[in-house]
Design a binder for this molecule. Structure first.
Ligand code: PRP
Ligand code: URA
Length: 210
């Protein structure tokens, strides 16, 4: 495993991912699970957020106490499925700015096609957390990070719930300077570049489309 990859090992995350995989899990529950997993993963991904000492007056006395330094976080979901993870992260950091990168995979070639990009400006100083539940071939993730870097983003983390080994390796090697957090690494991709066993099409399951 590349040194910039963290597989978050937690029983709550494992349990909720198993529920996501179940084909009988309906849209409403699926959405809630994606949000909860994102929040649990965010707890780990934000472990190194910088703190600063600020003066606080308790009912007893005044003291210096640690608070998150500045408000320099940006969450950037890859549309559509990455949107499902945003609310979970915003529960942890409600003041974060939110950018969007729109991409879909061509059904034949499996290559990502970008159709939208709107990022907080300026982005240089921000910690950017890119979200997408599925890291399959890695094409969408690699292109999204390319796009963010083109706009000046430097401090980038990528968060996926399920990764395929080949996509994870591709992202980690193409962008060795970013930190990657995944909930689990599955077996392989099938001939349609879907993750096995995976959970199917994350966007369709979150939004109830087909
Ligand atoms: C899915 C998923 C990722 C991408 C992963 O999106 O949410 O963005 O595929 O595949 P890759 O690693 O091979 O690029 P999709 O293209 O289905 O779009 P959607 O979220 O709008 O359904
Ligand atoms: N996108 C998905 O939503 N699921 C996969 O298994 C692969 C790409």
């Amino acid at each position: 495993m590349n040194s910039n990859v963290t597989v978050i090992d937690h029983p709550l995350i494992k349990h909720k991912i198993s529920m996501l995989r179940d084909e009988n899990t309906g849209t409403n529950e699926f959405r809630k699970l994606v949000e909860e997993i994102a929040m649990l993963m965010g707890y780990e991904a934000m472990r190194d957020l910088p703190l600063e000492e600020v003066e606080i007056k308790t009912p007893i006395e005044t003291c210096m106490a640690p608070m998150i330094a500045g408000r320099k976080l940006a969450i950037v979901p890859i549309l559509r499925a990455g949107l499902g993870m945003v609310s979970g992260l915003l529960q942890l950091t409600p003041t974060a700015k939110v950018g969007h990168i729109g991409m879909y995979r061509d059904e034949e070639t499996h290559q990502p096609q970008e159709y939208f990009c709107k990022l907080p400006n300026p982005i240089e100083e921000r910690l950017i957390i890119v979200t997408d539940p599925m890291l399959a071939t890695g094409g969408s993730a690699v292109d999204a990070v390319n796009q963010i870097k083109k706009h000046g983003g430097k401090n980038i983390k990528f968060m996926a719930i399920i990764a395929a080994p080949e996509g994870l390796q591709r992202l980690a090697e193409t962008h060795p300077d970013i930190q990657i957090y995944v909930g689990t690494v599955d077996r392989c991709l099938n001939k349609d570049a879907y993750i096995c066993p995976g959970l199917g099409d994350a966007g369709d399951r979150i939004f109830g489309t087909k």
